[in-house]
Write a protein that binds this ligand. Structure first.
Ligand code: ADP
Ligand code: NI
Length: 223
């Protein structure tokens, strides 16, 4: 990476940090910082362009459609505008905007858009942050933020066939585990991410079975 690129990364991190300060939906600066670290590591393993990967990781949640009223274009547009403002080439702005536009999970039955290698790496890093202990914490933070019920045995999980059904669903945080989080380990793009996902996925399953067992009162003594 050139000194100029390194400086643009620092400026981008400062911008994103200021924009995302105070978020309580699990999309805060620290999510971005973890995704950035994982994505940069994956880029090294998978021979992706580390500069584009780091810029895209930093900017990937600058305006999430789930939290901005459903506007899918605002995030990619803001990212491209920021990158142009840095004096960076149009090719980099377009590459990063394309990654951000293409990387979001849109429902279990929805065919995903093709992503560049750099996009695959950033998407993997983002998905790894949705599983494991941090994934559990983020799911409940998101659920609380959006007013979602934690669990309701009368509302079972179901896969969503279309992006619209996924966005308009009325589900619970626990059903989100079945609808998305438990599926992620099989939807990763790179072998390096799949390796990391193994342990994090096991933890999700452990958490879920403990949660449901306590819910059902299995540890209430019989006497
Ligand atoms: P994506 O772009 O794939 O939606 P994000 O990085 O924006 O992923 O983060 C989504 C985070 O929000 C994840 O940790 C996910 O578990 C959580 N989340 C999304 N929808 C829900 C939901 N309905 N209930 C609980 N958590 C959710
Ligand atoms: Ni994210």
């Amino acid at each position: 990476m050139t000194a100029e690129q390194a400086e643009r990364i620092v400026r981008t991190a400062g911008y994103v940090r200021a924009e995302m300060r105070g978020d309580s939906s699990g999309h805060d600066w620290w999510h971005v910082d973890r995704v950035r670290a994982m994505a940069v590591w994956l880029a090294g393993r998978e021979h992706a362009d580390p500069y584009v990967v780091e810029l895209a990781a930093l900017l990937h949640d600058i305006s999430d459609y789930k939290l901005n009223g459903g506007d899918h274009e605002r995030g990619p547009r803001l990212a491209a505008a920021w990158i142009r403002g840095l004096g960076e080439s149009e090719a980099v702005a377009v590459a990063v905007a394309g990654i951000i536009a293409g990387m979001s999970f849109m429902g279990a039955g929805v065919t995903p858009a093709p992503l560049s290698l750099e996009g695959q790496v950033v998407q993997d890093a983002d998905r790894l942050d949705a599983i494991g202990a941090i994934g559990v914490a983020r799911a409940f933070a998101f659920g609380g933020h959006t007013g979602e019920t934690m669990h309701d045995p009368a509302r079972p999980a179901r896969p969503h066939a279309t992006a619209e059904a996924y966005l308009n669903r009325d589900s619970t945080t626990i059903s989100h585990f079945q609808e998305k989080l438990l599926l992620l380990k099989d939807r990763l793009n790179t072998p390096s991410a799949r390796q990391i996902a193994r342990h994090r996925h096991e933890f999700l399953e452990t958490f879920l079975s403990e949660f449901l067992a306590e819910w059902d009162g299995i540890d209430i003594p019989a006497d």
